[in-house]
Design a protein around this ligand. Structure first.
Ligand code: SF4
Length: 301
């Protein structure tokens, strides 16, 4: 794939030849995945009763210091698979009863994923495909997925420049992410549900509230509501989990109930109707998937 010889897939724009070396995301030319399974912990309109057919891709173009999945996103844990194998895994998940195929952090593998999807999309794969991303995306890359996806399930992480730089090592995150979200909305349009109440088309934007940074979360909610009203869903998340590699003191604690309620109250006062909120204390390590390659090994043969 020529596009990987001078990789500009994401806003990092490394320009590396991925057949010879890895980019800042840690990926070379081959697809690498850490795990796939039926996943129950997405929003209920995505997970449903049977679960979302989730494929966790190794490596990531963000470098969030609080990442719960550091083992795969930063350490690059996983196993190389072919494009053909990726198509087979999607079909396997569909046969297992998945309501959708959920591509978790696909950005750096988009050309390969698009290839695998095109092979099965119109004849064998009939469930919706979900693109699950941090939104640090280039529009030109998202356009490669046009007509291949039903749902975008995405983060809008930061408004403040200093936060994005300190916590994820990015520049111009809000600008890139909001342009990307515009393109996503153009592609999927207003939401649609099937008779079981599961989303088949649409855009869900997640706001993970970081402890001590309520104002940033509120600016993001206001921006989304002003731009899209209730044509999209927002998901306001309290599940921030402190992990031991966090170096900033304020990130070494969970969000308090008062902090969470403060942001929810703000969204309600704005008039937001299509929002998911989380009950109780979801910030437990048990929510962090345990990654191992066994299930992949089992599937290979
Ligand atoms: S996808 Fe990876 S190699 Fe390509 S520009 Fe982004 S960080 Fe660099």
């Amino acid at each position: 794939m020529n596009i990987l010889k001078n990789c500009m897939l994401c806003p990092r724009k490394c320009g590396v030849n991925r057949y010879e070396k890895k980019g800042l995301c840690g990926a070379n030319d081959k697809i690498k995945i850490a795990y796939y399974s039926l996943h129950m912990w997405e929003e209920p309109i995505i997970s449903g009763k049977n679960g979302s057919g989730t494929i966790f891709f190794s490596n990531c173009n963000m470098k969030c210091i609080y990442c719960q999945n550091k083992k795969i996103s930063i350490d690059g844990y996983g196993k190389y698979i072919s494009r053909k194998k990726l198509s087979e895994i999607m079909l396997k998940l569909q046969n297992m009863g998945a309501h959708n195929i959920n591509l978790v952090t696909p950005t750096h593998y988009v050309p390969q994923i698009a290839y695998s999807l095109k092979k099965i999309k119109n004849n064998k794969l009939y469930i919706p495909v979900v693109y699950n991303t941090s939104s640090y995306e280039n529009i030109i890359t998202l356009k490669m997925m046009d007509n291949l996806l039903g749902i975008y399930l995405v983060d809008l992480k930061y408004y403040d420049d200093q936060l994005e730089f300190n916590y994820s090592g990015c520049r111009n995150y809000f600008e890139y992410a909001t342009l990307a979200i515009d393109e996503m909305f153009r592609q999927v349009g207003e939401y649609k549900f099937n008779e079981q109440g599961l989303m088949t088309r649409g855009l869900v934007v997640r706001i993970l509230i970081l402890p001590g940074h309520l104002d940033d979360a509120k600016i993001i909610i206001k921006y989304l509501y002003k731009t899209y009203k209730d044509d999209i869903f927002i998901s306001i998340m309290n599940q921030y989990t402190p992990v031991n590699h966090c170096i900033y003191n304020n990130l070494n604690r969970k969000l308090t109930e008062d902090e969470y309620n403060d942001v929810i109250k703000y969204a309600l006062e704005l008039g937001v109707k299509n929002a998911f909120i989380q009950d109780g204390d979801t910030a437990e390590e048990s929510f962090i998937p345990k990654f191992n390659c066994n299930i992949i090994d089992w599937f290979f043969y």
